[in-house]
Design a protein around this ligand. Sequence first.
Ligand SMILES: Nc1ncnc2c1ncn2[C@@H]1O[C@H](COP(=O)(O)OP(=O)(O)O)[C@@H](O)[C@H]1O
Ligand SMILES: [Mg+2]
Length: 325
Amino acid sequence: MNQLLMKTEGLCKYFFRDSGLLGREQKVLKAVDTADLEVKHGETLALVGESGSGKTTLGKTMIRIYKPTKGKIWFEGDEICSVEGDRLRHYRRYMQMVFQDPTSALNPRKTVLDIISLPLRTYQNLPRTELRERVKELLEMVELPPDFLYRYPHALSAGQKQRVGIARALALNPKLIVLDEPTSALDVSVQAKILALLERLRREFQLTYIYISHDLSVVKNISDRTAVMYLGQIVESALTDNLFESPLHPYTRALLSAIPIISAEEQEVIPEEITLVGEIPSPLDVPPGCNFASRCQEKMPICEADEPPLAKVGNDHYVWCHRYS
Ligand SMILES: Nc1ncnc2c1ncn2[C@@H]1O[C@H](COP(=O)(O)OP(=O)(O)O)[C@@H](O)[C@H]1O
Ligand SMILES: [Mg+2]
């Protein structure tokens, strides 16, 4: 559990957009800006933050769906940030993703058999019968009956679609799966079943998860460690229990104060709701200093001038904030 599976250092993903007269100016959107993260074998690492904070982009960049703008990524000790071609293919099979919206993630014109077997067909040259058997096995793993093989996505419920998405992600025996808000499009009762399925699969196949969510209260129950993102940057990361017991970054504290209090201990740590004031800067035009400065109630002069340094504040607890440096 303490072995590193993946590590990123200074990982950035910028999107460039032409603007101005004749597109001569280029605007830079720093969707992910210098992310340092470690992912350990067998754990569930949660990525949490408001919509637009860069969670999906970070997940896609870590597993090389997106080409990183700069930085480093190690997967099982190999640096994979700029590998291409066959070498990238080799690593990509071990890193899969389950997408947020199961409807748009599945091709409406393909059967479940075609959808789940696509990764198998890209990587292996299996005879038809073997392919079908493997897909049946995958359907069973996600608790769907074998006669789903020839169904089309429109004939499935949202929860069933998400199960198909999970089966497709499992097809090549991955080591790491990025789960991008996998239950946010589902009813509460279905959510719990999908979460239970994911947990069983993680144990059975020794999977490692990066679990993306905007909802801290979901993450609390399912993740071992949590990294909090704000405007493209990770502001704090810690063991999930530690993060909930002693949140340090003013942003984490504000996020936590907004979720329902569960225990008396938590009530003591976060006595009252902290209301976030001020504007979120445009990601196209982030001011210098700390990205959170414009909304921070504990702001100091240095916060608007210098980027916050990384501070290690405890065992596996990191915070990017001038208050702790
Ligand atoms: N393909 C893209 N092209 C341009 N900008 C993008 C693209 N994907 C995301 N963004 C921008 O990057 C920022 C982070 O987006 P995203 O990673 O989707 O955040 P989250 O998943 O936390 O909601 C947002 O400002 C978003 O508009
Ligand atoms: Mg997202």
